[in-house]
Design a protein around this ligand. Structure first.
Ligand SMILES: [Zn+2]
Length: 143
């Protein structure tokens, strides 16, 4: 009668996850907030790239024994990585908006199951449910 529910990691209210899922209006608000955050990050990374570019230009003449040379290229790669990640995130926001338009936002694009309310609020661009996301992270080539 009071058997514990195994394998649910303590969340235990899976049936409620879908009923509590955010609707399209909340989806757009979540996506707007996410977009703002990503734009800020992309701008910060862009500003950092400008700084490194200037620093590089200033030291080019003495490149051979520039003690900061490697630091600069590390800064550069890091800022490029940050900007790429932000831009990729913005593309995900666009895709998620299209799913809101077509009424498929909140559904896993792979298995059609619910992505889950908590996951959507934490990551409104999530296109996969936890199960499919874990599977594709483990085995990306098999899709
Ligand atoms: Zn799925």
């Amino acid at each position: 009668m009071t058997a514990p529910d195994p394998g649910d990691g303590g969340r235990g209210r899976n049936a409620d996850a879908d009923a509590d899922a955010p609707g399209p209006a909340e989806a757009l608000l979540l996506l707007d907030a996410r977009e703002q955050e990503l734009r800020t990050r992309a701008e910060q990374a862009g500003a950092e790239l400008d700084e490194v570019r200037h620093a590089r230009t200033a030291t080019t003449a003495d490149d051979e024994h520039d003690p900061e040379g490697s630091t600069l290229s590390q800064d550069w790669s890091r800022a490029v990585g940050l900007r790429e990640a932000a831009l990729a995130g913005l593309r995900e926001v666009e895709e998620a908006r299209r799913r809101v338009d077509t009424g498929t936002w909140g559904r896993c694009v792979r298995c059609g199951g619910p992505v889950g309310a908590g996951r959507l609020r934490a990551r409104p661009t999530a296109a996969l449910c936890v199960t499919c996301a874990a599977r594709s992270a483990r085995d990306p080539l098999r899709g």
